[in-house]
Design a protein around this ligand. Structure first.
Ligand SMILES: [Zn+2]
Ligand SMILES: [Zn+2]
Length: 276
């Protein structure tokens, strides 16, 4: 049997107002399985919620940061300290775009040079770049966001692929990065009818899902407007318009990525397809 992966939605909130109020957690996503223990976009709360969920941060072997906004990077330094045994061992991988590692016109360096030089491997990512994290090949995808260096990630496994768009607006050609994935996690900050340049609304998500037709879509990184509207309703809208099974993630939700997709929430375990 092929080993499977757990995709843990440690946090499902995004944007300034959800972050400052913690209406949803902003801890990012953890991927665990077959030699991989990877933390994606560790926003505020990543360290605390890792520990509270029983996911030892000292087991992490890769930290991936998609761009230089605080809801994506603030706990990265703490996770690097955990990953390197308190900065005593040069180990683990850090992958992030130039804005995060070097700073840019729009932001300062997000992760200190002190932390950057302690990891085993540091990769400056840009769209199209591929790298390995143990059993997973990661393809860096293009995000068009207010950080011009922002990226998303596609994870290629022996069981098929899953992907994370990060913060991006819809653009012509985005579909080529996500074609054929079994699961697509979209950072849908805004509800339908509330577009925002550089960000994704439900209407943008519908276009991306229509063009890529993943096996399953998951809405995450939900902003305040989205929470006020009701993310489950918006997920149903995506599902109705595209025919692709779609759920809105909740904090602590775990997707078991194996031959089938199963979802575990506090309410119990279900097959993901048709979860609504
Ligand atoms: Zn964000
Ligand atoms: Zn952002």
């Amino acid at each position: 049997m092929r080993p499977d992966y757990r995709i843990v939605f440690l946090g499902t909130g995004g944007g300034r107002f959800v972050t400052m109020t913690q209406r949803r957690r902003t801890a990012g996503i953890r991927v665990i399985g077959d030699g991989v223990n990877l933390h994606l976009d560790p926003g505020p709360g990543a360290l605390v919620h890792s520990i509270e969920e029983g996911l030892n941060p000292q087991r992490i072997n890769a930290v991936l940061v998609s761009h230089c906004h605080p809801d994506h990077y603030t706990d990265a330094e703490m996770l690097i300290e955990a990953m390197t045994r308190g900065m005593t061992r040069r180990q683990g991988l850090l992958a992030a775009p130039r804005s995060v590692l070097e700073g840019s016109d729009s932001c300062e360096v997000s992760i200190s040079k002190y932390h950057q030089q302690m990891v085993g491997q540091k990769i400056e990512v840009a769209p199209g770049l591929k790298f390995e994290v143990s059993s997973i090949t990661v393809l860096t995808t293009e995000a068009r966001h207010t950080d011009p260096d922002a990226v998303g990630f596609r994870f290629e496994t022996g069981l098929g692929d899953f992907a994370y768009t990060s913060d991006t607006e819809y653009y012509e050609g985005i579909a080529k990065y996500y074609q054929g994935v079994r699961l697509l996690a979209l950072c849908v900050m805004r509800p339908s009818g509330k577009p925002w340049k550089g960000h994704m609304s439900t209407d943008d998500a519908i276009r991306i899902v229509e063009e890529t037709h993943p096996g399953q879509a998951v809405m995450t990184h939900l902003g305040m407007n989205m929470l006020l509207r009701g993310p489950d309703k918006e997920a149903r809208l995506i599902q109705e318009k595209t025919g692709v099974p779609t759920v809105s993630a909740v904090d602590g939700m775990v997707v078991l990525f194996s031959e089938s997709l199963k979802v575990q929430t506090e309410k119990g375990q279900k097959d993901l397809t048709g979860f609504l």
